[in-house]
Design a protein around this ligand. Structure first.
Ligand code: SF4
Length: 1018
């Protein structure tokens, strides 16, 4: 029984966390990948839009044989024993051939076998790349690339580096179907087009997933295999078309801490709670080609990405192009520190990219962030990122790229850059990008990447004007707006007590804390009456007297990929622990301390430096390799501590090296939560309180009752640098990542199904075959009329994806709860919607189940109910939808402005589809949600300017007929369509299929159906 959350309280916490960090995975034997590349059939499937013809496939096969020959049948053994793990890397992921224009050009052009069915009326695929003349040989190498220099347009010379990556992708993938020449021109003309919010297609080179949000993606792939079989095709053709890496990291929690067996115990609990999901992912790891699953206990997705998966430049069969990715976790942005463009997206976008489709994005504005100077000794990357976050929040960067540059950038280590890039969601940017420079190349070498590969990366990026050489004048790139920070001015700080951008310097911390106690309840206030602020709560901890005050630290966690990927701060924490131990300081036993590294490399360098024993002495023993406290998996506090907090209404504090601290995320009993660097986490754990002025007050009493101050235990930058230099070695990265290819004992002994099709367990309430492809016809169904549809929901403005998507705990009276109870699941085992994302039955019932949803039908009543129009009954929304479906009646949704804004996206379009909704008519749509609706085959319509349901006198009780042509030839993107009601009203709407590609998806019943038919036709 999976029970990540075992109580209502815990459910809530987990969901807050899961919602805030939308994004997880495992390990796949490299033989399977290699096998994938050997399989010509599946390979031609990958490149389906490009490599459909037999002679093209033969040509590709030959090239692949040449490129991949070393990784043949002995792939597994070769890979495991490879001395060069970056060679292994490229062998398991020869990426993006689907996107490889050169290959398609050489092999006779991109074709895409015509999808099944002769009744197609529109262009279904692309043609020859019109930019093939830009293909150039890389000097001193046999590789080729699309040259931006050869493009010969001066405007490119001043484009931000991040935009050049989008441009290169558009040029390489241009087929005048999915990517148009006009899209390339839009990007070249970025300075003028970006303020206009124009949309462009983007085909990232790969996808990264974590286990929470990755499960539904794998479920859909498994369902597609069944569907292609029903269509008479080969299930083995269904594989991700671009490399997909799934890291299982979000499930481990800190049940046991401050103990030598904490790691083992927590892992055992993790496996027992998540057995069903893990077994499913393990099946996926062997069934799918082109998918790497990194098992639980290996590390955190973004750190693994940085240290191992990040390619920087792909070499696919001798063709070079920049690495880029999307991930189903918001902190996917961490990889931007390595010069790889990547950010978090919802499940449907990720699945689309996985299946070789472009994603639509607004060509972003770019904020140029100039860095000058050098950080002072004692200041950490965490201090810097909290400062940067505050600046960028103030500047306003939502929906924009931030690009760092300047001489100060050269002073930042790669790990420092990754820390800054990681927190892009906190400062609100799509990504915080550091272009590649020498520091990047040095990091690639440090982390064990092959020397020849590093040389090739440098050669390609220099040749294509994508490399920063700090010895040359700062490039004259144009930015949409500018910011500047002198690193010299950054001070040690933390952020809190409730938001990541509420930065407070350590110098001002004591005063700020007292202000917070006084302030009225809010982001910076707890409203504790003056006479209660000095309260001392005496309690007994494991039989010994203890006491607690407002500000007492009860959780001190070194957690989060934000920091655990940075050796300077991790070893800095170790040095603080050592100095404290040497001087006789000890962390109080009731503080829940923990260390959750983002990869095994951290353990190795802490051991090599000799600092592990001091970390252990101060309670910072390893509790697991995963997200833990960062995602709210903090585990319970000791009952004595919990009781002392609740009995005395103490404002207890957590100090963690995470990136989010919203109330309720870290632990329900820690009302104050501060983000801080790992060394400060140790320091505050030692002090036992955040109510301290480190400049004037001692951290504690050491040997002989002597006061010990922070300055006595704080290492200098030189000290840290010396330990980093001697303790962090390339071999550690090589051995760690060679080891994860072998799994671990628990993973390897986990029973999992085998075979190319998943044996669905009808009794499972976690993993279920979704109905998306059941009864799917061989031929695209084309336009389907919506006739006499009932209005399921009648919304006003600002319905967000948080209202639509299932999230949080499962209410005991809800349709989902009833479904679970009918199957014998007890209330205590309901778990959260998040953990049941792999079961469409639960997710369909959880769609629109938000208790704060406002539906005009209910005339002021708030909650997840609606009126079933024919019977006038008030029902749960799912129950009403089911009644319509059972009666064979179509439904639509009426909505106001900005329908579908928000970031909780993975089920926001699938859920309404499952409930039988055929169309949404709104005043306006959030951009990505609209495209997700199209991806699920729903019709998005917008009222005409100045009109809405109210102005048209629509009550929702009418029946609606959408007069759209059924002949696809007559449907045009953006055309007007007439909508009629059964009470004689008639009004025009704009059809929001915005491109030919979207019309094609509609014709097929959705993006997944489109891809499925393409593959079935091969
Ligand atoms: S450690 Fe935190 S930021 Fe990193 S992936 Fe996990 S939850 Fe997200």
């Amino acid at each position: 029984m999976e029970a990540v959350v075992t109580s209502v309280r815990r459910c809530r916490r987990l969901m807050i966390a899961a919602g805030a960090c939308a994004s997880r995975v495992g390990m796949k034997e490299c033989s399977a990948y290699c096998g994938g590349f050997r399989s010509l059939g599946s390979f031609s499937g990958w490149g389906s839009p490009m490599v459909g013809r037999a002679h093209a496939a033969v040509s590709i096969a030959r090239q692949l044989q040449r490129a991949l020959a070393p990784c043949d049948f002995l792939g597994a053994r070769l890979c495991r024993s490879a001395s060069s793990f970056s060679a292994f890397h490229d062998r398991i992921h020869p990426p993006g051939l689907a996107a490889c224009g050169w290959i398609s050009n050489q092999s006779g052009g991109r074709t895409a076998g015509a999808p099944v069915g002769a009744n197609q009326s529109r262009k279904m695929s692309g043609g020859k790349n019109p930019f093939s003349k830009l293909v150039t040989d890389l000097a001193g190498s046999k590789s080729k690339y699309y040259s931006l220099v050869k493009f010969g347009d001066k405007r490119i010379d001043t484009l931000p580096y991040s935009i050049r990556i989008l441009l290169e992708s558009a040029i390489r993938n241009c087929d005048d179907f999915q990517v148009l020449k006009a899209d390339v021109e839009k990007i070249v003309d970025w300075e003028k087009t970006s303020p206009k919010q124009v949309e462009i297609p983007f085909k990232p080179a790969r996808v990264i997933l974590q286990d929470f949000t990755g499960v539904p993606c794998v479920v859909d792939l498994a369902a597609m295999r069944d569907a292609i079989t029903r269509l008479g095709g080969d299930p083995n053709k269904i594989n991700p078309l671009v490399p997909v890496d799934l890291v299982i990291d979000h499930s481990v929690q800190v049940d046991v801490a401050r103990s030598a067996n904490a790691l083992q115990s927590n892992m055992e609990l993790e496996f027992s709670r998540n057995k069903e999901r893990f077994a499913f992912l393990k099946w996926g790891s062997t069934a799918f080609k082109n998918m790497l699953v990194v098992p639980p206990g290996s590390g955190i997705v973004h750190q693994v990405n940085l240290e191992y998966l990040g390619r920087v430049v792909f070499n696919s069969g001798g063709f070079l192009y920049p690495d880029s990715l999307v991930g189903t976790d918001s902190h996917t942005t961490m990889i931007d520190g390595l010069g790889v463009a990547g950010w978090g997206v919802g499940g449907i976008e990720a699945e689309a990219v996985m299946l070789g489709q472009p994603m639509s994005m607004v060509l972003p504005l770019v904020v140029g962030f100039k860095l000058t100077g050098k950080m002072k000794t004692g200041v950490t990357a965490t201090d810097l990122v909290l400062t940067v976050t505050q600046m960028l929040r103030k500047h306003g960067v939502v929906g924009k790229f931030v690009e760092f540059y300047g001489k100060g950038m050269a002073e930042l280590s790669l790990a420092d850059r990754a820390t800054i890039a990681n927190m892009a969601p906190e400062y609100g940017a799509t990504m915080g990008f550091f272009p590649v420079d020498k520091v990047t190349l040095d990091y690639l070498t440090l982390t064990g990447r092959d020397a020849n590969k590093v040389k090739e990366i440098e050669g390609y990026l220099r040749a294509n004007n994508m490399f920063i050489d700090h010895s040359k004048p700062v490039p004259d790139n144009k930015y949409s707006s500018n910011l500047e920070l002198n690193l010299d001015t950054v001070e040690p700080c933390m952020s809190g007590p409730k938001r990541p951008h509420d930065r407070v310097t350590i110098r001002e911390m004591k005063k700020d804390w007292h202000d917070c106690l006084n302030n009225k309840v809010g982001f910076k206030g707890f409203a504790i009456p003056k006479d209660k602020q000095g309260k001392v709560a005496k309690f007994t901890f494991e039989g010994k007297p203890a006491e607690m005050r407002h500000g007492s630290v009860v959780i001190a966690a070194i957690t989060s990929c934000t920091n655990t990927s940075n050796p300077s701060v991790m070893l800095g924490a170790g040095l603080v622990a050592k100095k404290a131990s040497d001087l006789g300081l000890e962390v109080k036993p009731w503080v829940k301390t923990s260390l959750a590294p983002g990869s095994g490399v951290v353990t190795l360098y802490l051991a090599k430096s000799g600092l592990t024993k001091y970390m252990d002495q101060q309670g910072f023993s390893v509790v697991g390799y995963g997200c833990t406290t960062c995602i709210g998996n903090s585990g319970e506090l000791h009952e004595d501590v919990s009781k002392a907090i609740t009995d005395n209404d103490i404002v207890a504090a957590a100090v963690l090296s995470g990136n989010r601290n919203f109330e309720g995320r870290v632990h329900p009993l820690t009302r104050a939560n501060y983000l801080a660097s790992p060394p400060l986490v140790v320091a505050y754990a030692l002090a036992g309180t955040v109510d301290i002025d480190f400049a004037k007050e001692p951290v504690g009493k050491g040997k002989g009752g002597k006061d010990v101050f922070l300055k006595d235990i704080w290492p200098s930058s030189d000290e840290i640098a010396k330990v980093v230099q001697t303790s962090v070695l390339p071999d550690m990265f090589r051995s760690t990542y060679q080891a994860i290819t072998k799994g671990n004992k628990m993973w390897n002994s986990l029973a999992a199904p085998s075979g190319s099709q998943y044996a669905w367990d009808p009794k499972s309430t976690y993993v279920h075959e979704p109905p998306f492809f059941q009864d799917m016809p061989k031929n695209p169904p084309g336009g389907k009329p919506v006739k006499d549809a009932y209005c399921l929901l009648n919304f006003g403005d600002s319905i967000t994806t948080d209202h639509i998507s299932p999230a949080g705990n499962i209410n005991k009276d809800s349709p989902a709860a009833k479904f679970l109870m009918d199957r014998g699941v007890q209330r205590k085992d309901f778990n959260s919607y998040g953990s049941r994302r792999g079961n469409d039955e639960i997710m369909a019932r959880g769609t629109f189940a938000n208790i704060r949803i406002v539906n005009k039908f209910l005339e002021g009543e708030v909650g997840p109910k609606t009126i079933h129009v024919p019977s006038k009954e008030k029902l749960f929304i799912f129950d009403a939808a089911k009644k319509y479906k059972d009666a064979g009646q179509d439904t639509i949704i009426l909505a106001g402005a900005e329908y579908g804004s928000g970031s909780s996206r993975d089920w926001a379009a699938k859920g309404p589809y499952l409930q039988g909704v055929k169309a949404v008519i709104s005043k306006s749509f959030e951009r990505i949600h609209r495209s997700n609706l199209v991806g699920m085959g729903l019709i998005p319509l917008c009222f005409k300017q100045g009109e809405d349901a109210d102005s048209l006198g629509l009550t929702g009780f009418e029946k609606y007929t959408i007069e759209m042509p059924t002949d696809m030839k007559q449907i045009k993107p953006g055309m007007d369509v007439n909508v009629k009601t059964d009470n004689g009203k008639s009004f025009k709407c704009t059809l929001r299929f915005d491109t030919q590609v979207e019309l094609t998806y509609y014709q097929h019943g959705g993006i997944l159906h489109y891809v499925l038919r393409q593959l079935a036709a091969k």
